[in-house]
Design a protein around this ligand. Structure first.
Ligand code: URA
Length: 262
């Protein structure tokens, strides 16, 4: 199938504005990356200026180093006292999270898997490589974002997090969010979405629609926009045109929002 809308408007846009042409090109490349070149575009149009990693790089360095120090302190405290992770026994290493301490976009998954457990880093296995592709598809680099999980140690046999584990470990994720204060949160899969949206509704119903993470009362911020999408491991297992288009549509919504709030 061809892409009539994009190629049809490219010349006209190019004559009016060279930036729009490169934004178009970036989007076509992103479609290729996500394997969805033959999906109809609908109403989507690329942001007038592409989302740029330099947007976060232009923050004052003192804010970045302040947030980095707060995260380092939180990490130490977590490893010393998390009521879940200090009692869990099936893991090798805790996986606190990593990325830009002032990231505008934060991804939240459910819990470390085997590779993450070995390396002590989030999303570095097969699902992590798919997440890297998703990040590149919206013109960012992994290091421009912050990546964390609800649980910071691997559950036995990679089973889903238990409610009590979430209750005990998730306050540290909340603290991470309050330090980083991203412009947008993207939850990856059901457990992260349920926890941050405080709902029992499944990911199939929630993905693709904007919601909010509501900060605890008394926090310096009230809420952060949240876009739920499928977990990259689900995307790999269900690599159909439909699922890829859904994830790509969620990513585009995030890209748009970031461009609007630049
Ligand atoms: N799946 C997750 O939810 N988190 C990781 O860090 C890796 C895989």
């Amino acid at each position: 199938m061809s892409q009539p809308t994009r190629s049809g408007s490219e010349n006209a846009a190019g004559q009016a504005d060279g930036g729009a042409v490169s934004a178009h090109r970036a989007c076509v490349e992103s479609d290729r990356l996500m394997g969805v070149l033959d999906v109809p575009l609908g109403n989507w149009y690329p942001p007038s200026s592409p989302v740029s990693p330099s947007l976060s790089a232009s923050l004052p360095e003192d804010r970045r180093s302040h947030c980095a120090a707060m995260l380092a302190e939180l990490r130490e405290r977590h490893d010393r006292e998390c009521p879940h992770c200090t009692h869990a026994t099936a893991h090798q290493r805790t996986v606190f999270g990593e990325g830009d301490p002032c990231a505008r976009l934060m991804f939240v998954g459910e819990a470390p898997g085997e590779t993450e457990d070995t390396l002590g880093r989030p999303f570095v296995g097969k699902a992590g490589r798919k997440l890297d592709e998703m990040i590149q598809a919206i013109g960012l680099r992994r290091e421009d974002c912050y990546i964390a999980n609800v649980l910071k140690s691997r559950p036995p046999e990679n089973r889903a997090p238990l409610p009590l584990e979430v209750e005990r470990c998730s306050p540290y994720l909340v603290e991470q969010l309050l330090i980083i204060r991203p412009r947008v949160i993207m939850t990856l899969g059901g457990p992260a979405t349920k926890m941050l949206m405080n709902t029992d509704v499944g990911i199939m119903k929630l993905r693709g629609s904007w919601s909010q993470w509501v900060a605890p009362p008394g926090s310096p911020i009230v809420s952060i926009p949240l876009m739920p999408t499928f977990h990259p491991a689900y995307l790999i297992r269900n690599y159909t045109l439909e699922t890829r288009a859904q994830v790509w549509s969620d990513l585009k919504a995030v890209m748009h929002r970031l461009a609007e709030t630049a």
